[in-house]
Write a protein that binds this ligand. Structure first.
Ligand code: KG4
Ligand code: ZN
Length: 336
């Protein structure tokens, strides 16, 4: 069974054809990062306009690369929530038009369910139930993946997401948007013990996160140095920040895994590309004898292969949308 997946929730227009939920026949991503970079973040209106311009070509290329025509496609899966509403609406409207014109079923996919599915692409041995940390620009969730389409979020961030913390800290240090990858590069040359940073606990829930205090601590270090006319060592500050975020994410996720008896742990979302976070999970899972699943780097950030893959599982579970399908800027993973 071949699913065409479409993703447009933020600043990547993407389309992919996936066979049977695991074989990626094509994955096309048109990124707008360069254009948003000069504004230091994604400008929603620009994102929507670029999606409109790009989506036809991206979908055509995905079909071409997969050596498919519309006749080969069994269903169309599309990200319908959460994300920038104007951006999501482009993908949803396009998918609805294709579903109508081609007379194919339409399958709505939650963006975070898509990130979780990115691990099925590279790991055919990964099957629910397992525990997954989803860390992206907008979310930091610890999720019980009870089944392919059934999720229970047991931990979340109370303020900023991990990716947001990376990006805001990177911005104050003068790195381009999105800063996570730059922090990762600089951290490889730095001393993680140089700048002690807070590891804030959320008193009401042992699995919840709070990253805004950490972000503020980095901002204060940079501003204090500027006021005193001293130089910060960016590599050391990046290494300290990365190791603190890695340790917060790893500690909370592993605590949940121990308490709830999960032997298999997965990490997904844009932040799962971070080398320090990957190494931290690898180390702890090896020590605790747990099986770890990490997505291939090309499937960590936003892409449509993960949407097509999750679309397959949603399709076989019977999920369908009609042409009244709407997009939603926010939607809990459990409600989708
Ligand atoms: O999943 P994603 O591509 O988009 C959202 O759904 O938000 O995640 C984007 C986030 C950004 O905050 C970006 O800086 C971060 O993932 N990111 C990284 C790395 N690569 C991407 N953060 C840390 N280290 C990286 N190597
Ligand atoms: Zn994402």
């Amino acid at each position: 069974m071949k699913i065409l997946g479409i993703e447009s929730s933020c600043d990547e227009t993407a389309a992919s054809v996936c066979e049977d939920g695991k074989i990626i026949l094509s994955s096309v991503i048109s990124t707008q990062i360069e254009e948003h970079r000069k504004f230091g973040g994604v400008v929603p209106e620009i994102a929507s306009r670029r999606h409109c311009e790009n989506i036809l070509g991206v979908v055509q290329k995905a079909l071409y690369d997969a050596n498919c025509t519309s006749d080969d496609i069994d269903a169309i899966a599309v990200t319908y929530a959460p994300g920038l509403i104007g951006a999501l609406l482009v993908g949803v409207s396009f998918a609805k038009a294709l579903a109508m014109a081609w007379k194919k079923p339409l399958v709505p996919v939650h963006h975070l369910a898509g990130h979780i599915a990115s691990n099925y692409i590279s790991h055919s041995d990964l099957k629910p139930p397992y525990l997954c940390l989803v860390a992206s620009g907008g979310h930091s969730h610890i999720v019980e993946v009870c089944d392919y389409t059934k999720f229970n979020v047991i931990g979340r961030t109370r303020d900023d997401a991990a990716g947001e913390c990376f990006d805001k800290a990177a911005r104050v240090m003068g790195f381009p948007y999105p800063g996570g990858v730059w922090v990762d590069k600089a951290a490889q040359q730095g001393d993680a013990d140089r700048y002690p940073l807070p590891n804030p606990k959320v008193s009401t829930s042992e699995y919840d996160f709070s990253f805004s205090g950490l972000k503020t601590a980095v901002v204060n270090i940079v501003h204090n140095a500027a006021q005193k006319g001293t130089e910060i060592n960016k590599n050391d500050l990046c290494a300290s920040l990365q190791s603190t975020i890695a340790s917060i994410l790893t500690q909370r996720t592993m605590l949940a895994a121990r308490n709830l008896n999960y032997e298999r742990i997965a990490v997904a979302g844009g932040v799962s590309a971070n080398s320090g976070i990957r190494a931290s999970f690898e180390k702890v899972c090896r020590l605790e004898n747990k099986q770890l699943f990490l997505p291939e780097l090309k499937y960590c950030g936003d892409n449509a292969a993960m949407i097509a893959c999750q679309g397959y599982y949603e399709y076989i579970s019977g999920k369908r949308a009609d042409l009244s399908l709407n997009a939603y800027a926010t939607m809990p993973l459990e409600d989708n």
